[in-house]
Design a protein around this ligand. Structure first.
Ligand SMILES: Cc1ncc(COP(=O)(O)O)c(/C=N/[C@@H]2CCCCNC2=O)c1O
Length: 438
């Protein structure tokens, strides 16, 4: 453990800490972080996807320097400012017609989803919300209230919340069976006392992230969209983690061929700065003034960073890079993992990849401890990655969208070494005793 990490434990509260190993950084450029011990760390998390363009990207740096050099205030609450208007106009140009109405800007995926949860009930007068078991929509009261992730199970839920299972093709052994089971469960939750017409919105993740990087079966969300249209339910797509080129398409929902009513952006939108956005139909988004606001919402510096991210994604072809490097890395991992006994499944889209670790490939029993040891060992070997999953056994790879082939090779090699060291019993469980993970 380094000096900086020790000093942190004497000064910073642990309330926000989700720690897997003693990572302490002092800088970073591109796909790498620099540890306070001087080590170069290949960052396969990008701070849970927020550093979408990697670290210290020049286009973001220039944008925020310019915005801060001639500062148009610090908020859009009581004043329009040009960067926020430009960002809103840009986001409206990127979403499909159904959601092309108005834009709300926030700080995080959490405050964005919390706003949507309140807004859909207030705007429609309907008192129920559908969401998926395993879903993570945020860490604030109102976003946790519509989440189904086990890490959030002790938190008060929205009174009208209905949680239904997300299809898990690996667990079911077959995507068709997984889809059929999830869809029949959805039908079964309704009765004379619980009617679909009472549901204001259905919150979906186009790929379920923190629940285990679950890629939905082909056709599943087309059925969900049909169900929502049939009953006048707003389809809310949470693109916070896997939106904006992360999955090899601009929007992750495009893989399912659906058109959400409301789209939520966050994380990578700001390229490392805190900004989120909700884009939806004008009647819903303008149902009431002064409904959801915080002092620094719509601040011009973060809005300028977001504009630079969107422009760079377009200018540097990062949707294509995510698709190409992601496919390359998925193929490499799938091939090499045949020799890595701990790996049960490798899945994902673009640069959103999950590696599920199991005790054995027949029972598919989650290998929770080995997962924690693997991310710790990878850190020792120079790679930053974390894990997700309702059973805490899925390595999550969300590297910067600028990742190169050689960086992909370097990361895959370290992952392989870490998995083999853990499988060979070379990594002491004592190492993770003070890291709770989740
Ligand atoms: C699909 C989705 N929607 C909303 C959020 C909440 O975003 P914020 O953490 O920026 O408030 C998230 C955040 N996900 C968590 C953040 C906490 C640490 C665990 N890993 C995540 O990616 C998310 O994945």
């Amino acid at each position: 453990m380094t000096d900086l990490y020790r000093r942190e434990s004497k000064s910073v509260s642990n309330m926000a800490q989700l720690r897997f190993f003693p990572q302490a950084v002092v800088g970073g450029k591109g796909s790498y972080l620099r540890g306070d011990d001087g080590r170069q760390l290949l960052d396969f998390s990008a701070s849970w996807g927020a550093a979408s363009l990697g670290h210290a990207h020049p286009s973001v740096r220039e944008a925020i320097t310019r915005a801060f050099s001639d500062q148009a205030g610090a908020s859009y609450l009581s004043s329009a400012n040009e960067p926020s208007v430009l960002l809103a106009e840009k986001l409206l140009s990127l979403v499909p017609p159904r959601s092309r109405g108005r834009v709300w800007l926030g700080h995080s995926g959490s405050d964005a989803n919390e706003t949507v949860a309140r807004m859909v009930v207030a705007a429609t007068g309907r008192r129920r919300i559908l969401a998926f078991k395993g879903a993570y929509h945020g860490g604030t009261s109102g976003s946790m209230a519509v989440s189904g992730h086990p890490a959030l199970k002790g938190v008060e839920k929205f009174g009208g919340l209905i949680l239904v299972p997300y299809p898990n093709s690996y667990a079911a052994g077959d995507p068709t069976a997984a889809s059929a089971a999830a869809l029949s469960h959805l039908e079964e939750v309704f009765s004379a006392d619980v009617r679909p017409e009472e549901v204001a919105a259905f919150f979906i993740e186009p790929i379920q992230g923190d629940g285990g990087l679950l890629v939905p079966p082909v056709g599943f969300f087309a059925e969900i969209e049909r169900f929502c249209r049939q009953h006048g339910i707003l389809l809310v797509c949470d693109e916070v983690k896997f939106g904006l080129a992360r999955t090899g398409l601009l929007h992750a929902f495009e893989h399912s061929g659906i058109e959400p009513d409301i789209v939520v952006f966050g994380k990578g939108l700001g390229g490392g700065l805190p900004i989120s956005a909700v884009v939806g139909p004008e009647p819903i988004m303008n149902h009431s003034p002064t409904f959801s606001y915080q002092t620094l919402h719509g601040n011009p510096i973060c809005a300028s960073a977001a504009l630079a991210v969107l422009e760079t994604i377009e200018k540097d072809g990062l949707v294509r890079n995510s698709a190409d490097i992601g496919s390359y890395m998925l193929a490499s991992l799938s091939k090499r993992s045949r020799d890595w006994d701990l790996v049960g499944d490798v899945r994902g889209k673009g640069l959103a990849i999950g590696i599920e670790l199991v005790g054995d490939r027949v029972s598919r029993a989650p290998a929770k401890i080995q997962t924690a040891l693997t991310v710790y060992r990878a850190f020792q070997l120079g790679l930053v990655m974390y894990y997700v999953g309702s059973n805490s056994n899925v390595l999550e790879l969300t590297p910067p969208l600028i990742l190169s082939t050689s960086e992909a090779d370097e990361g895959v090699s370290i992952i392989g070494q870490a998995l083999q060291d853990v499988a060979a019993g070379k990594v002491s469980p004592d190492l993770i005793s003070s890291f709770a993970g989740w």
